[in-house]
Design a protein around this ligand. Sequence first.
Ligand SMILES: Cc1cc2nc3c(=O)[nH]c(=O)nc-3n(C[C@H](O)[C@H](O)[C@H](O)COP(=O)(O)OP(=O)(O)OC[C@H]3O[C@@H](n4cnc5c(N)ncnc54)[C@H](O)[C@@H]3O)c2cc1C
Length: 153
Amino acid sequence: MKSRSGGAFVALSDWILAHDGSVFGAGYDEKEKFYKVVHKKATTHEQRDEFRCSKYVQSDLCDVFPRIKEALEQGRKVLFSGTGCQVGALYSYLPKEYDNLYTIDIVCHGVPSPKMWKDFLKMREKELHGKAEVVQFRDKKILDGHRIMRQFR
Ligand SMILES: Cc1cc2nc3c(=O)[nH]c(=O)nc-3n(C[C@H](O)[C@H](O)[C@H](O)COP(=O)(O)OP(=O)(O)OC[C@H]3O[C@@H](n4cnc5c(N)ncnc54)[C@H](O)[C@@H]3O)c2cc1C
């Protein structure tokens, strides 16, 4: 229920973490918080859990490609999760194939603009006279069994 689809990402990243590996996925920027989606590294379950849930915004890859290369060269298992084009870019960036690299490309029809997301969040905060404390794209809470049954009737 905490994942946005079936949670395959959590099962696969659990395995990587159990083997002392590094997981790279989409989370939020330290400074700009929910305003900016960025790719970052996780080596603990707590850090990895931030990557759960779809963020419908193009993520900034920052410096993760060189960091992935470094971890691969050190012999660590690495899992990179992102859109198909980000995964394609990673394979283009790396100079060779690595047996210790695992990639997940999420089903993705396209990424909404970061500027649009920033403007939208600012607009909602202004309307509600507050600051966003939690952001949930496509929250599963409203999809409880009762409502799902009603939708299908
Ligand atoms: C931009 C975008 C477009 C999508 N388009 C479609 C679609 O057309 N059809 C469809 O069926 N499903 C679409 N999805 C849904 C997507 O395929 C599911 O989010 C994914 O399958 C979740 O799987 P999970 O439950 O295993 O992941 P979870 O456990 O929920 O983890 C989320 C995973 O998605 C990654 N992720 C989250 N946001 C982003 C992002 N902005 N950029 C890159 N990676 C991200 C995280 O790193 C993590 O690996 C889209 C999702 C996103 C973010």
